[in-house]
Design a binder for this molecule. Structure first.
Ligand code: ASP
Length: 313
């Protein structure tokens, strides 16, 4: 099952070969699949079922698409004849969608997100190969859980981060390293544990998008004040992720504003804006730490925890 959601992989530019001035999310998943040379041989007798779930530039990814995607993917995974699910997605927020899906999907089958850094109209587009690699991964016997594949590298949702605005290999799993590589239609596993097949939360209990609790991210930086936090509290925010400097440190005024927000019932999670490593919480519990999660993933985790969902069965 291949679900299309848009992104640069479905992008088109007016001038063939223009990899910068293009519009993402233009071509349907049926067109993308039809343009892959040798697709049917690659499928080794498997059948592709295609569905267009959304058509968005993933900078605009939102809870409405996420709810639809989670429900549709869960439904597909429950079908005995479905081997796995491939999701085409923009690169900008693929790491957040992957982390969200891992948190709610019972995935003892593979769910592979893939993308492209160049539009489909590029002289040498990367989307077709990435899509083939995603299909290779889905057809590989050991594969299970949610994964991201780009430029032949397979990443786990918890670790993957987009680290470059243009490079074809735009993703890194940081210190954890990749899960695997796809090379000449073969998967070479790196030896790391595969992502958990059992999610934290019950996908069937996900509320409709309008009922998702608002959670925002606030960054610590030189000269950071509490102004943004105060404005957020006034707007009715339910949770704030504080992307601290270094070991999750916060300026005095930002920290004071966050403590005040906590006192008024807002849930706060402390993370680090550093690319690598993770925050080591101080011995005295104060602002809780989202261990090992980047600010954007901590935001997803906090939002899901604020929904009061039952744990996955
Ligand atoms: N803005 C695009 C998107 O995330 C970038 C991409 O897909 O590479 O949809």
């Amino acid at each position: 099952m291949v679900l299309g959601t848009g992104g640069t992989i479905a992008g088109r530019s007016a001038l063939r070969g223009d990899n910068i001035h293009y519009t993402a999310a233009q071509l349907g998943i049926d067109v993308l699949a039809a343009e892959i040379p040798g697709l049917s041989e690659h499928l080794q007798g498997h059948t592709l079922e295609l569905a267009q779930l959304a058509q968005v530039d993933s900078k605009d990814m939102d809870s409405a698409v996420w709810v639809r995607l989670a429900r549709r993917t869960a439904q597909a995974l429950a079908q005995p004849d479905v081997r796995g699910v491939v999701i085409t997605h923009g690169t900008d927020t693929i790491e957040e969608t992957a982390f969200f899906l891992q948190s709610v999907l019972p995935a003892d089958k593979p769910v592979v997100l893939t993308c492209a850094m160049r539009p489909a109209t590029a002289l040498s587009p990367d989307g077709p190969q990435n899509l083939l690699d995603a299909l290779t991964l889905v057809m590989t016997p050991q594969a299970r859980g949610v994964m991201v594949v780009c430029a032949g590298v397979v990443h786990a949702p918890t670790h993957v981060q987009k680290i470059h605005p243009y490079r074809l290999d735009a993703f890194s799993s940081g210190e954890a390293g990749p899960l695997a590589w796809v090379e000449a239609a073969q998967v070479r596993w790196a030896g790391a544990d595969l992502p958990a097949a059992k999610p934290l939360w019950d996908v069937n209990a996900l509320p409709d998008p309008g009922a998702w609790p608002p959670v925002e991210i606030v960054l610590n930086h030189a000269g950071a004040t509490g102004a943004v936090v105060n404005a957020l509290v006034q707007s009715g925010v339910r949770g704030i992720v504080a992307a601290g400097t270094g070991n999750g440190t916060l300026s005095q005024s930002l920290e004071a504003a966050l403590r005040q927000a906590m006192a008024s019932g807002v849930q706060v999670l402390r993370t680090s804006r550093c690319m690598l490593g993770q925050v080591i919480a101080p011995p005295v519990a104060d602002i809780p730490v989202a261990k090992g999660l980047s600010p954007v993933k901590a935001r997803v985790a906090l939002q899901l925890s604020l929904m009061g969902l039952p744990p996955a069965p």
